[in-house]
Write a protein of this length. Structure first.
Length: 75
């Protein structure tokens, strides 16, 4: 039986990382496109690859939705 090799998605070239600007754009777009999150009062900042969301949302559920929304963004 043939055993499938594990995937290599997410393994970039040695020393490569996504820029903060690119992460910022992708996070902002993910929030913009989310039907669950009103991001109009959320500020996005990215520093050394770490995303910070600041602001206010309607509820804890909205807070968790915003976190889930950006959790999948690469970088």
């Amino acid at each position: 039986a043939h055993i499938a090799e594990p995937g290599h998605a997410g393994k970039g070239p040695k020393g490569w990382k996504r820029t903060d600007e690119r992460i910022y754009e992708d996070v902002s777009e993910a929030l913009y496109l989310s039907p669950e999150v009103d991001a109009s009062a959320i500020e996005v900042a990215v520093e050394d690859g770490v995303v910070y969301l600041r602001g206010t949302v309607e509820s804890r559920a909205s807070k968790r939705a915003a976190e889930r929304c950006v959790d999948h963004v690469a970088g």
